[in-house]
Design a protein around this ligand. Structure first.
Ligand SMILES: Nc1ncnc2c1ncn2[C@@H]1O[C@H](COP(=O)(O)OP(=O)(O)OP(=O)(O)O)[C@@H](O)[C@H]1O
Ligand SMILES: [Mg+2]
Length: 199
């Protein structure tokens, strides 16, 4: 029986960084961020609904969705965010399930799915165990502002739109504290991977 690990955390806490460690260990990672992008690709059903709902103003000149503009709308407006999530999440979930089934058939014993809103979207029901990547809020804020070149106010809005990390840690099977060096995070990862694999 394959085991599915749900990898989550807060925005910019280090999920993709840890996803990279899994990939380095030849463990497949399903990236729901990538799936969400494909679900919103020009011409898709969700794309049509989103353009109808938000108008042409969220399109770039080449006719694809301006993700930055869409982000600015949904992080200021809770109803808009809930509406968009209701369009995107079921599709993403269904594609992620199909990908997981395929990987299971290929014989992978361990499959990781990186889902930023794992608990918020109740996606944790689809996985066997959960791994939360956590950092203190000040570090999260700083890394998010630096990586995305955004203001403190906007970064705070993004962080506050998510379930507090403290709650996510409580729900988690495993927690990695990513406040320190990458090496320190890798050490925690190695220990958890041994536990997950029952070694
Ligand atoms: N231990 C660390 N020390 C310093 N910087 C780090 C560390 N871990 C991650 N970072 C940096 O923090 C930023 C966020 O990391 P990463 O992209 O892995 O987070 P994420 O949780 O996948 O973000 P998102 O929610 O946007 O998908 C990146 O710029 C990354 O290089
Ligand atoms: Mg990421």
């Amino acid at each position: 029986m394959a085991k599915i690990i749900g990898l989550t955390g807060g925005i910019a806490t280090g999920k993709s960084t840890v996803a990279g460690f899994f990939k380095d260990a030849n463990i497949p990672v399903i990236e729901t961020d990538q799936i969400a992008k494909s679900v919103l690709a020009k011409g898709s059903d969700v794309f049509q609904r989103v353009v109808e709902h938000f108008g042409d103003a969220i399109l770039l000149s080449e006719g694809t969705i301006n993700r930055k503009a869409l982000g600015e709308i949904i992080f200021q407006d809770e109803d808009a965010r809930a509406w968009l999530n209701a369009q995107v999440h079921p599709e993403v979930r269904s594609i992620a399930r199909t990908q997981a089934d395929l990987l299971k058939k290929e014989g992978h014993a361990l499959i990781v799915v990186d889902v930023p809103l794992l608990f918020e979207a109740k996606f944790d029901k689809d996985v066997d165990e959960t791994l939360v990547i956590s950092v203190p809020k000040e570090i999260q804020l700083e890394r998010l502002m630096t990586r995305d070149h955004i203001s403190k106010a906007y970064a705070m809005k993004k962080i506050q739109s998510q379930m507090p990390l403290k709650e996510k840690r409580k729900k988690a099977t495993y927690v990695i504290d990513n406040r320190g060096s990458i090496l320190h995070t890798k050490k925690q990862f190695n220990e958890i991977l041994s536990t997950i694999q029952g070694a």
